[in-house]
Design a protein around this ligand. Structure first.
Ligand code: IMP
Length: 498
């Protein structure tokens, strides 16, 4: 006979946290949200930690290089989506690793043969008034000069005049050599009263532009996650099909951590993928796996060598797996069981395997709820898709701005490897497990994340915890009745229109 669970499958909204004594020293400024990402020996430290317990989903509509840069600067971690050709994913990882705060790769460049008319068109399109002139008009071409609005007079300079005739030529430019620090570049900008300093390579190719801005990036972003070489940390998704080619390419590009992206991770394909990576690279490569919803799935992937494990099936906002296939489990129930399994595993083996709660986070407090239930960090798709930094289009529908957000199991993403059962990956699945949707546009990532994080810290203080580890042990959770949910919102008043 089939196995039946006695408890129903529960979600975050069915729980509330109860306060503990808040000691005077337990204030938001004292709360550390630093958390381990990859497995470690009990009593030691994880070799990869992040400063905020948030990661962005391995999805086309969420995690590209721009998102990864913005999130790592805030202290979280992105996993660049895997449902794209290997060379494209590699390019994105490289872009994050090459990113240097304050050093901008010029996106508006022209050649000396371009005319003032071309320059004005480019200016109108990009809004940039400083345009480097390179031999071939590319971002990395030999630098021949720079044009700014001080180099021409619209009333006098003919539109067909070529840039070489009026640009500030290379010999008259002040420039820095690649390798100088942001502080040194800023000093040159101030000493020479410049607005923009080009940085060139040894063979005079344009590397970056540094603009006049008196700031210390690290002071503005104290939680920024950097590797040993002071580059931003980035993750990348992989699948259990082309890993033999994708993994070496991503590592070469500098990916710090990988994660097998699949809707159902309790499979021999994931076991094989993990074993292949660990046999080849041992502990030098960190790789997460998932998704699972119970102890069996967790133990299987941990034994196969997973460095962290993602929890959650069917709870994602764009997910229709439960409707289509009847597979999944409420996110809270999954997390509670897997967190218990992780602690037992740590006791039995001496190895602590962090877990990530993936999908279904709707309210900010759900993040804290996931941590209280035992997650070490969370993964969010919908949340990040709403921001300027997500790769999808921003549209106006009626009087509201929205951004597009589509599931990896939708026809649009065509990520069949995520739902693969070992048949020809060119073959399209017969049905979708995700939808194509809009989410309300919410502005800049940092502005929103700062608010979510301050709510998280505040709740943790209510619980009497100044670290996630502590929250795991002191949190007290209660189920809520349907009538008490009504009591939790504003009720029995006439709310004023704002
Ligand atoms: P959200 O934060 O609730 O939007 O959920 C994001 C998570 O949903 C991702 O991290 C994936 O685990 C999962 N997911 C992404 N695409 C699909 C899909 O098409 N179907 C089902 N789940 C998906």
């Amino acid at each position: 006979m089939a196995y039946f669970y006695n408890e129903p499958s529960r979600t975050f909204s069915e729980y509330l946290l109860l306060p503990n004594l808040t000691k005077k020293e337990c204030i938001p400024e004292k709360v550390s949200l630093r958390t381990p990402v990859v497995r470690y020996k009990v009593g030691e430290k994880s070799s990869l930690e992040i400063n905020l317990p948030v990661t962005s989903a391995i999805m086309q509509s969420v995690s590209d290089a721009t998102m990864a840069i913005a999130l790592a600067r805030c202290g979280g971690l992105s996993f660049i989506f895997a449902s794209q050709p290997i060379d494209k994913q590699v390019e994105m990882v490289e872009k994050v690793k090459k990113y240097k705060a304050g050093f901008v790769i010029s996106t508006a460049n022209l050649s000396p043969e371009h005319t003032l008319k071309d320059l004005l068109a480019l200016k109108a399109k990009t809004g940039y008034s400083t345009v480097p002139v390179t031999e071939d008009g590319s971002a990395g071409g030999k630098l021949l000069g720079i044009v700014t609005s001080r180099d021409y007079r619209l009333s006098r300079t003919p539109l067909k005049c070529r840039l070489k005739e009026f640009m500030t030529p290379f010999d008259a430019l002040v420039y820095g050599m690649e390798g100088i620090s942001l502080g040194e570049a800023n000093d040159m900008i101030w000493d020479h009263k410049l607005n923009c300093l080009p940085i060139i390579t040894k063979d005079r190719r344009l590397a970056y532009l540094v603009f006049r801005k008196d700031y210390d990036d690290h002071k503005e972003n104290p939680e920024m996650i950097l590797d040993q070489d002071k580059r931003l940390v980035v993750g990348a998704g992989i699948n259990s099909r082309d890993y033999a080619e994708r993994v070496p390419a991503l590592l070469e590009a500098g990916a710090d951590v990988l994660c097998i992206d699949s809707s159902d991770g309790y499979s021999e394909w994931q076991g094989e993928t993990l074993r292949w990576i660990k046999e080849r690279y041992q502990d030098r490569v960190k790789v997460g796996a998932g998704n699972v919803v119970d102890k069996e799935g967790f133990t299987y992937l941990s034994d196969a060598g997973a460095d962290f494990i993602k929890v959650g099936i069917g709870g994602g906002s764009i997910c229709i797996t439960r409707e289509q296939k009847g597979i999944g489990r409420g996110q809270a129930s999954s997390l509670i069981e897997v967190a218990k399994a992780r602690d037992e595993y740590a006791q039995k083996t001496g190895i602590y395997v962090p877990i990530c709660s993936d999908g279904g986070i709707v309210h900010d407090y759900h993040m804290t709820m996931a941590l209280a239930m035992g997650a070490n960090f969370v993964m969010l798709g919908r949340y990040f898709a709403r921001f300027d930094e997500s790769p999808s289009r921003k549209l106006k529908i009626g009087s509201n701005f929205v951004k597009e957000y589509w599931g990896e199991g939708s026809n649009r993403a065509r990520n069949w490897e995520r739902y693969d059962y070992g048949f020809d990956s060119e073959q399209k699945l017969e049905f979708e497990e995700g939808i194509d949707s809009y989410v309300p546009y919410a502005g800049k990532l940092k502005d929103n994340l700062d608010i979510s994080i301050s709510k998280m810290k505040s709740t943790m203080c209510n619980c009497g915890a100044t670290s996630i580890d502590q929250l795991h042990t002191v949190a007290k959770l209660t189920l809520v009745s349907s009538t008490s949910i009504i009591e939790g919102g504003a009720h029995d008043v006439i709310q004023k229109e704002t």
